[in-house]
Design a protein. Structure first.
Length: 429
């Protein structure tokens, strides 16, 4: 916008705050052509509105220089961002929390505090975040549909691979239906684990020191084991899981969370009681995630289940990036060109552009199961381990440099301070 041109704005914020922002923008000399509900522009972008309403919103956006919109996942969508790019409209998102700021960052739009001034919104000045917030760890959720796509095995291998460069990694079992990380890795599940972290978080008493105390080491990965009895699932409430994972960001550089398959919210429809929900842990972990790794099994049933559940996953995670991994890839169940068949199916029914494949490697998987250790520890040169290594290098963006202060807990462990090639190879143990 030129210095002598009156900026044109559209405000998409619900309630009295929308009218208040419009008045503030007018006081700064802007021309506010429309004040609409928060979700109206996103609905217009996908033709969800009908008749004159959609035409008015689209007409206002076509004239605008800036769209001030709520940063909620239902209001800030990929379709809206694409439409604003076509119209040449800059988006100023009002982000109330870390999840909204991460979503705005994914779309490349400006993230502003809910109480941002009109001048900041018009100028496009980026929101200034505390240094501590920029250095906090990230949450990576590993999800897969019903069945046995291998999400727990992938979560374990991802955590081990991420820790190879000296980063501190936490592995969390948040599966409220069938937790299995402890059994798969030979760890005792009688300890407090993630349930204890959730209880402490519910009392606002969870600290990084407490997380280090209750975690169980698995090589260079710290593990918070899951519940040891299915009846304990009420301990993993939505608020507790959210608070615990938020504290984990200060504890390690990467938090890999294994979650259950079900995503249904039906229990909230049939009951008006404010009680615990069986799927709350999964939904909370996915909402807190910076990245979701979605695991599909490479057989006809597994692919069909994944396609059907993928739409529901996208509805839950919103703008959070999703990386698709097809596990147990083999020709025995799909015939010739198994990868090509799966790729074409997922591209057609899920619009997936990038897909990674992990081969069916029963020798490595069986060796890991027999030893109750990660594949990376017992068969580091196997095809399975190599595929996971390639996936991490290509699909998981390198995070910001780790804060060395957070590594102080390991300063007493000499092995973690040695160069990588000088460490002991678990395969020779």
């Amino acid at each position: 916008m030129g210095a002598d041109r009156t900026p044109v704005a559209v405000v998409a914020v619900d309630g009295a705050r929308g009218s208040e922002l419009a008045d503030l923008l007018r006081e700064e000399g802007a021309l506010v052509v429309a004040v609409v509900s928060a979700e109206a522009p996103a609905q217009a972008a996908v033709d969800a509105m009908s008749g004159r309403d959609a035409a008015e919103v689209l007409g206002a956006l076509a004239r605008a220089d800036v769209l001030v919109v709520d940063g909620d996942r239902d209001a800030l969508t990929a379709d809206l961002v694409a439409m604003c790019d076509r119209f040449g409209v800059r988006i100023a998102a009002l982000c109330a929390g870390p999840a909204a700021r991460r979503a705005a960052g994914v779309f490349g739009v400006g993230a502003h505090a809910p109480d941002a001034t009109a001048r900041e919104l018009l100028s496009g000045a980026p929101a200034t975040l505390p240094a501590a917030a920029r250095q906090r760890g990230r949450v990576i959720a590993v999800w897969g549909p019903a069945g046995a796509p291998g999400r727990t095995r992938l979560a374990i291998e991802l955590a081990c691979e991420l820790s190879r460069d000296g980063r501190r990694v936490g592995l969390v079992d948040a599966d409220a239906h069938a937790p299995s990380i402890a059994m798969a890795t030979g760890l005792a599940d009688e300890g407090p684990g993630f349930a204890a972290a959730c209880r402490q978080a519910g009392r606002d008493a969870l600290t990084t020191a407490e997380l280090s105390r209750i975690a169980t080491p698995l090589g260079e990965v710290d593990v918070l084991t899951g519940i040891n009895r299915p009846s304990r699932w009420p301990e993993l409430s939505h608020d507790r899981v959210s608070a615990a994972l938020e504290r984990c960001r200060d504890w390690v550089d990467d938090v890999v969370v294994d979650v259950a398959a079900p995503l249904e919210r039906d229990e909230e429809i049939v009951s008006d009681l404010d009680g615990p929900r069986r799927n709350a842990a999964t939904l909370a972990a996915l909402a807190a995630a910076d990245l979701v790794v979605a695991v599909a099994c490479a057989d006809p049933v597994g692919v069909a289940r994944f396609v059907r559940a993928h739409a529901e996953l996208r509805a839950v995670v919103g703008a959070t990036p999703v990386r698709i991994v097809v596990n147990k890839t083999r020709t025995a169940t799909l015939g010739i060109d198994a990868r090509g068949q799966v790729r074409r199916t997922l591209e057609r029914y899920t619009s997936a552009r990038d897909i990674w494949f992990v081969p069916w490697d029963p020798k490595a998987a069986d060796a890991a199961t027999l030893a109750a250790r990660p594949v990376a520890h017992v068969a580091g040169r196997s095809g399975l381990a190599g595929a996971v290594r390639r996936f991490v290098g290509e699909a998981i963006e390198p995070p910001a440099p780790a804060d060395l202060v957070r590594r102080s807990r390991r300063s007493a462990e000499p092995s973690t301070l040695l160069p990588r090639r000088a460490r002991r190879d678990p395969r020779t143990a």
